[in-house]
Design a protein around this ligand. Sequence first.
Ligand code: NAD
Length: 362
Amino acid sequence: MQANERARPLRVGVAGLGRLGRRHALNLAFRVPGATLAAVCSPLEDDLAWARDVLPEIGCDMRLYRDYAELLADTSVDAVWLVTPSALHAQQIVDALRAGKHVFCEKPLSLDVAECERVVEEARRFPGQQVTIGFMRRFDPSYHDAFSKVRAGAIGRPFLVRSQTCDLNDPDGFFVRFAPTSGGIFLDCTVHDIDVARWLLGKPRATRVFAAGAVALHEGLRQFGDVDNGVAICEFEGGKLAMFYASRTMAHGNDTSSEVIGTAGALAIGHVPRANRVEIYDAQGVRSVCTPTFFDRFEEAFLIEAQAFVAAVRARDGGEAGAAEDAAAGAGQGATLEDALEATRIGFALRESLRTGQAVTL
Ligand SMILES: NC(=O)c1ccc[n+]([C@@H]2O[C@H](COP(=O)([O-])OP(=O)(O)OC[C@H]3O[C@@H](n4cnc5c(N)ncnc54)[C@H](O)[C@@H]3O)[C@@H](O)[C@H]2O)c1
């Protein structure tokens, strides 16, 4: 984009219109200033039918592609938004960079460490293009407030993070169907907690991990070497530590929370996963409804993350001075390729530890 095009919106093409891609597409179509949803892409007719039904109906003008190569060949698309199966991310990022596009890609960067390294290497050849990996928890207002407080010294020197990602049980077997492409519970769920821990602890290097797991309900996960409940410990250089828990079997909803402990205090983020501020007082006691899914918990974070990406790209492509500063702050908050590489490296080591029953030294 040239400087004289600065008033033009960023034209985005979303690839993948499944569980999460549709949410991203709706955000980009209607809720992100400076962005236009120019195209969508999915090999599935059901997904394209959804786009035909839902997006034009509410006034969106865009093109539909079945083939990712066609999306990349569309010269009117400035940025691609990858919400495709995790095993495809690495090659799709490389292809998008070579096609001259900016890239937003959902987590994880890849299920394979060497693939992550290849993307980091390739991206260095395209310094003018933005690449951000979607660790949206960094944009959640509560997580961001905790991060700012840690940075300001509110709890002294942070040295320990406890963090969990726990999904509502799905008795219909969604998690078993998702297992062949998810990378397993540690690369799919815990990868968020790993990123949060590194982010809150100042990006220390991991030195050793140990993981264990159990199949509490979903026997079908065993054939993929996966579990529905996993715990892990991660040691970092400089005496820093993290403890992780991930579950697919919660009875009450999506229960995602983190805690950071420092030498002069601690911060807890989201320990009671309330859907809203209503308390029910009845014969069973006093309770709240829980956030049902990850999207209900992090809807605002997904939106702020998209707004920050679009602002960052528009600023680097020739925006105004003030916008550039705001965008630099937003871009700095997001996970870089190097952050995403480290998250996969640690998540992969946890999967190895689960498989072998041994600690893994990194
Ligand atoms: N940030 C989060 O908390 C979060 C939550 C859920 C999913 N995710 C990530 O989002 C990604 C998608 O997850 P999902 O749950 O939406 O999966 P999904 O299976 O529901 O959707 C995947 C979509 O990608 C499409 N697709 C497959 N191959 C394609 C190709 N070559 N080109 C274009 N589209 C293609 C599929 O047709 C489908 O529409 C995964 O990487 C997952 O890890 C992140």
